[in-house]
Design a protein around this ligand. Structure first.
Ligand code: ADP
Ligand code: MG
Length: 573
C-alpha cells in the first residue's frame, strides 16, 4: 500500500522553501525526526568521520512499503500532509517531503525498510538522487537509512564543513535536544564503531535530563509549570545561585520541536533579570505545548524558527511562570517561608512566622499565627536567627538552625528597598528637603537626564533641571528612609543612573527600573554602622521579600556555612 504522495503544486508553493541540509548534523536531525514520526521506540545512530563518511540511523518504527520506498526520495513526497490546512493540526516533525530528497541528491543513500504487513523488507540504493538498485532485502520491522559520502557531488559545500570536532559537536547537540524531549524513546549513539552513549527509554523527562546532563546539573534545577487556556509550560530553570558562564544549557521546545527563539530567550532573561549578575546565564529546559493553530512552523525550512501568533502573551506567561517558581525556591542557608504566605505576612504586620518546630518539619514549612505587637517583633522573638554582630561595617552574622549565615547588608538593604518600590506601585510618598539640593553635572550628563526627569519625578523625587549643567532636588522618595549624607546620596544616585542609562548591555531594561535600582543602591551606601535592632529589622524585611537571595543587580545577599560543613572543617567526625 502506498501512503506517500507527491504534494500538489499549490501546496508546494505555500511551503517555506530552502535548503535544509547544511552539514552532517542536519542529516541526523531529519533522519531522527523521521524515525520519531514513524513512532520508533529505539533509535540507533552511527557515525564515521564525524558523519562525513557515514551516517546510519536505524529505527524500529512503522517502516515503509516497497511502493513508498520507491517514491520517498522524490521531492515533495510525504505521507504527513495532503493539503495546506493540515498544517493547522500537524502532529509530526516533518511535512515538507523534502528531507530525504535533499539528502539523497547530495550523497549515496541506502534505505532498507519493512512494515508489519509485509513479509520481507525492501531496499533502495541511490546515488545523487537516482535510484540505482531496488530489490527485496532482509530487515526487521522498521527502517535503516544509510547516508554515505555526504556532498560527494558538491565539492564546494563539502569545503564549507568544519573540523571533525566541530561537526561532531553539532551532531551531539542535535541528538541531545531531540533525546531530551523524546525521553520515552531509547537512543544509542555510536561514533566510529564505539558506543558513545546509550539513553534507555525513560518514564520521566527528569531521568533523561540526568542521563544527558548529569545529576549534579539536575540538582541545580527547579521545576516550572503553568497551564493556560491554549498554552502549557513545563520544564526546568537553574536556581539563581547556579548560574552559568555561558548559554550552553538552554533548550527550548515548542510542541516537542527544538527551536531557537529570540522571544523565548528574552522571556527567560527577563524572568532572571534582577536575579543574575551581568555576564552570567541561566540554565533552562523549557517545553511549551501550544495549540498548533497559534503557531506557524512554516516560516523557515529547517523549522527551527517558529512564529507565535500572540507573542506578547507567550512572553508574559513564560516570564511570570519562571519568576513565580524562582521566588518559591528555599534558601539553603536561611529558612524562607512558602511564598504563598508572603502576601498575608506583608499585609498583616501583626502576624509572625516562626521556624518549623521539629515535629512539624515534614510539612515543608510551618506557620504559627500569633498576634504580637510591633515592639515585640523588634525584641527578637524570631526563632530562626539571632544576630551575632557585624563585621567591617558590611557583613551581618546570624546564628541560624542550619549554621552560620552571613548577610551582605548593602545587598540585603538594596533588595528590601527595591521590593518596597515595586510593591508601592504608584503614589510614592515624598520626603521633602528643607533646603533644595543642587548638583552640578557635565552638560552631556544633564542632556541624558533631561529625557528622564518625568520618570524620576514619578517615583517620589521632585527634580528639575536648572541651566545647562545643574539639577535641583526638592525631595526624595520616603521609601528610602532617613538619608544621612544627602550630598553623597544624590551624587551617587545620578552617577549610577547615568551609567545604567548609557550601558548598552541593559537596553531592554526600562528606565523606571534603572532609576529605582540606582536610588536603592545609592541609599544603602549611606547607612553603614547598624545597631543590632537595625540589623534585625533588615533581616526581617529581607525575609519578607519575594526574592530574598540576591540584590536587584543579581549579587547574592547571603551565604551560609552549615553546621556539618563546620564539623567537617574542624574534623569533628
Ligand atoms: P517529511 O518527513 O517532510 O514527510 P521526508 O523527505 O523526511 O519528508 O520523508 C518522506 C517520507 O518518507 C515521509 O513522509 C515518510 O512517509 C517516509 N519516511 C521517511 N523516513 C521514514 C522512517 N524512518 N520510517 C518510516 N517512514 C519514513
Ligand atoms: Mg522528514
Amino acid at each position: 500500500m502506498q501512503k506517500i504522495k507527491i504534494l500538489p503544486e499549490e501546496v508546494i508553493n505555500k511551503i517555506a522553501a530552502g535548503e535544509v541540509i547544511e552539514r552532517p548534523a542536519s542529516v541526523i536531525k531529519e533522519l531522527v525526526e523521521n524515525s520519531l514520526d514513524a513512532q520508533a521506540k529505539y533509535i540507533t545512530i552511527e557515525l564515521e568521520d564525524a558523519g562525513k563518511k557515514l551516517i546510519r540511523v536505524i529505527d524500529d518504527g512503522i517502516g515503509m512499503s516497497p511502493a513508498d520506498l520507491k517514491i520517498c526520495i522524490q521531492r515533495h513526497a510525504t505521507s504527513k500532509i495532503q493539503e495546506f490546512s493540515d498544517l493547522e493540526k500537524l502532529q509530526t516533525f516533518g511535512f515538507r517531503g523534502e528531507a530525504l530528497s535533499s539528502i539523497a541528491s547530495v550523497s549515496k543513500i541506502r534505505i532498507v525498510s519493512k512494515t508489519d504487513s509485509e513479509l520481507a523488507g525492501w531496499e533502495i540504493i541511490s546515488e545523487g538522487g537516482k535510484i540505482i538498485s531496488d530489490h527485496e532485502a532482509g530487515h526487521s520491522k522498521g527502517t535503516t537509512v544509510e547516508v554515505n559520502e555526504i556532498f560527494f557531488n558538491t565539492p564546494a559545500r563539502k569545503k564549507f564543513l568544519k573540523s571533525d570536532i566541530t561537526e561532531q559537536s553539532h551532531i551531539i547537540k542535535t541528538i541531545e535536544e531531540l533525546a531530551l524531549v523524546n525521553f520515552s524513546v531509547g537512543f544509542i549513539l555510536k561514533i566510529d564503531k564505539k558506543i558513545y552513549f546509550t539513553l534507555p527509554p525513560a518514564k520521566k523527562i527528569d531521568d533523561r535530563i540526568i542521563d544527558i546532563l548529569g545529576d549534579k546539573i539536575y540538582g541545580n534545577l527547579i521545576q516550572i509549570f503553568e497551564e493556560h487556556r491554549y498554552i502549557k509550560i513545563f520544564g526546568f530553570v537553574s536556581r539563581i545561585e547556579s548560574s552559568q558562564a555561558n548559554k550552553n544549557i538552554q533548550y527550548f521546545f515548542v510542541n516537542s520541536r527544538p527551536v531557537t527563539s529570540r522571544l523565548l530567550s528574552q522571556a527567560l532573561y527577563e524572568a532572571f533579570r534582577d536575579s543574575l549578575p551581568i555576564g552570567r546565564h541561566p540554565m533552562a529546559i523549557i517545553l511549551i505545548d501550544i495549540n498548533p493553530k497559534f503557531i506557524d512552523v512554516n516560516v523557515h525550512p529547517t523549522k527551527r524558527i517558529i512564529k507565535f501568533s500572540d507573542e506578547r502573551t507567550v512572553y508574559e506567561i513564560i516570564t511570570q511562570t519562571i519568576k513565580k517558581h524562582l521566588t518559591k525556591q528555599p534558601s539553603p542557608v536561611l529558612t524562607i517561608k512558602d511564598s504563598s504566605l508572603k502576601t498575608e505576612i506583608t499585609s498583616e504586620k501583626n502576624y509572625v512566622v516562626y521556624a518549623p518546630k521539629p515535629e512539624q518539619e515534614n510539612l515543608g514549612f510551618s506557620i504559627i499565627r500569633e498576634k504580637i505587637s510591633e515592639e515585640k517583633e523588634h525584641e527578637g522573638t524570631f526563632e530562626e536567627f539571632s544576630v551575632l554582630g557585624q563585621i567591617h561595617n558590611t557583613y551581618i552574622l546570624l546564628n541560624t538552625p542550619e549554621g552560620l549565615t552571613i548577610v551582605d547588608q548593602h545587598a540585603a538593604n538594596e533588595r528590601v528597598l527595591y521590593e518596597k518600590f515595586l510593591n508601592e506601585n504608584s503614589a510614592y510618598k515624598i520626603q521633602e528637603l528643607l533646603i533644595p539640593h543642587t548638583l552640578e553635572l557635565a552638560p552631556h550628563e544633564c542632556e541624558i537626564l533631561k529625557n528622564h526627569i518625568k520618570a524620576i519625578n514619578l517615583l517620589g523625587f521632585e527634580t528639575s533641571e536648572f541651566g545647562l549643567n545643574t539639577i535641583i532636588f526638592k525631595s526624595y522618595p520616603a521609601i528610602l528612609g532617613e538619608l544621612k549624607n544627602l550630598n553623597d546620596f544624590f551624587k551617587e544616585f545620578i552617577t549610577l543612573l547615568i551609567d545604567e542609562l548609557l550601558d548598552t548591555t541593559k537596553k531592554t531594561i526600562e528606565p523606571k527600573e534603572k532609576i529605582i535600582r540606582s536610588a536603592c543602591r545609592a541609599a544603602v551606601k549611606a547607612h553603614d554602622t547598624l545597631s543590632v535592632e537595625e540589623m534585625k529589622k533588615l533581616i526581617i524585611d529581607l525575609k519578607k521579600c519575594n526574592q530574598p537571595l540576591c540584590c536587584p543587580h543579581g549579587r547574592p545577599t547571603m551565604i551560609g556555612i552549615t553546621i556539618s560543613e563546620l564539623e567537617k572543617k574542624f574534623q569533628r567526625k
